[in-house]
Each structure stands twice: as C-alpha cells, then as structure tokens.
Ligand binder design. Sequence first.
Ligand code: FE
Length: 334
Amino acid sequence: MTLRTGLLATAATAMALPALADVNIYTTRQPELIQPVIDAFTAETGIEVNLAFVSEGLVERLKAEGARSPADLVMTVDIANLQQIVDAGVIQPVESEVLTSAIPAELRSPENLWFALTTRARIVYASKERVAEGEVTTYEDLADPKWQGRICTRSGLHDYNLALVAAMIAHHGEDYARDWATAVKANLARKPEGNDRAQVRAIWAGECDISLGNTYYMGEMLADPEQVPWAESVNIVFPTFEGEGTHINVSGVALTQSAPNKEEAIQLMEFLVSPEAQGIYAKANNEYPVLEGAPLSDLVASWGPFVADTIDLTTVAGHRAEALKIMEQVNYDG
Ligand code: FE
C-alpha cells in the first residue's frame, strides 16, 4: 500500500506557478485507480493535480485543517463515507448542469453535495459446481432455509453489508430487515471472517456455496495468480430486491467548503463525468460508469446487463444507523 504524503509540499510549490492553480485531492482510494484519469485531465487542461492518499481519518483531518485545508476535492467509496463527510460540514454544493445531466438523480446528493462517479453492484458469487442456474433469485430469498449452511459473508458490520441492510430497511422496514438478518445469520456456513474475496476462497474450498461480494473483486481476483482459481470456481449472479433491482454502491467526489482552487476543481469534477474520463475511471477498477453509454471494461461487460435498484442512496445512508443496530442486535458476527 503506497502512502503519498507529498501534497503539502507540492501545494506550496504550486503557488509559484503563474498560470493555472493545482487541484488538490484527498482520496481514500488507491492512487493507482485514480491516476490514469487524472493524467488525462492534466493532458487536456494543463492543470496539475496532487493526490494525497488518506487511508484513515479523512473526516477528522478535514475538520482539523478547517479553512486552512489545501484539499479542494475529496474522493471516497461507499455512500456512508460520502454522507459522513457531508454531515461533518466540510463540503460545499456544486451547481453544475454538466454534473446533474450526466449523473442520475439517485446517484448524487439532492443538495448537490456529493456526486457518484462509478457504481459497483453487491452481488452473489455462486459456486459453479453446487449452485444451479436460477437458484439465486432475490436478497430476500437468502433468508430461506434452503441456504442453511451454504452462505459465507464478511462481517455484518462492514460498510458494504450495512448499506445492503440499510437498503433492505428502506424497502421493507426495520422489523423485516431484523428478521432477514437473523435468518441469513442462521444460514451462514461459518462465522463472518475476512474480506469479500475470502468468501469466494471459501466457496472454492468447499466451505460454502454462495457469498455476497462487490462486483469489482472478480477483476481483482483474476489479476492475482493465487486467486484466479477462486474466481474461476464461481459465477456472478445479480440478485434483486423483490420486484426491484440489484443493490449498488458508489465511489464519489465532493468539493470542500474551503477549496482554494474551486474553479479548477469544478472543472475536474465535470471532466470526471465526460465519456472519456468515465471509461478510463470505471475500467481502472472494473466498476460501472455513472454516465449512460460510457464504455465498460471487457470483463464487466462479460457479466451481462442488470437492473440497478433505483432507491436513492441518500435514503440508504439515512438508514445506516438502524442497520448497524440490527446487525449488533442479531449478533451477526458472533
Ligand atoms: Fe472494496
């Protein structure tokens, strides 16, 4: 894991530049995922961009730096993280026709405080050997006793699973979601441990038949020789909420309250939803572009089309606290 700490130094040097200001980004994403699209922006505009990788404590850092923060933009994943940054009061709205016309309404804040740039679906990885075609249907169905001893998931307290439970609450209410979580826990083959890929490894090893995971992890497994067999032991299946779509989450961007280079930062935000940038950025991590018609990576295209749940992510973020309470009440990880 690379830790880049050069931002303050480069920001200081930039002050000597006469023409264009630099844009400074704090990102919780691996810099190598963002660098290709940043390079394309710099090539097109001449505007330099400094990336600071902030793996922990992004909100605390922004609050501590306050008006003196060099950060113009923050980029992160998961709706709860985006909402947390917004709730901390360190973000300002961006009124941009370019952004609102490129990004569907459910994938941006109604107050224009955060904007999704890519999406990822939370899907089922299903054993090629032990799960029949059509056997996986809905998220609700994961509570069915037919899955007893067959499901593996990572911690129920992880952001990705909390967002799924929050979406379940949004669709069916808190009581339903609690019963669902209780039943899914009862179907687990083992106590939650490890990350999304560790669950696919468990399928490969015969410990369980299906797992929950984000789509892009298929790309990550296929890029790692040790994990290729895990990836090849499963199919990607897109479950849906009953009568609705597949649960998605996002990576996104927001403009800081104190952005020193606001104009250039907005220019970069708008560039990030252009067809060119959307293709580059989504392909970097095998995610889905938010811009309709932007190109997919060959791998992502190979999974076929799916219908995304259209519940807006601000609503999902609003149910996070209840989702956490439920997962603790049902002792999901215990
Ligand atoms: Fe992830």
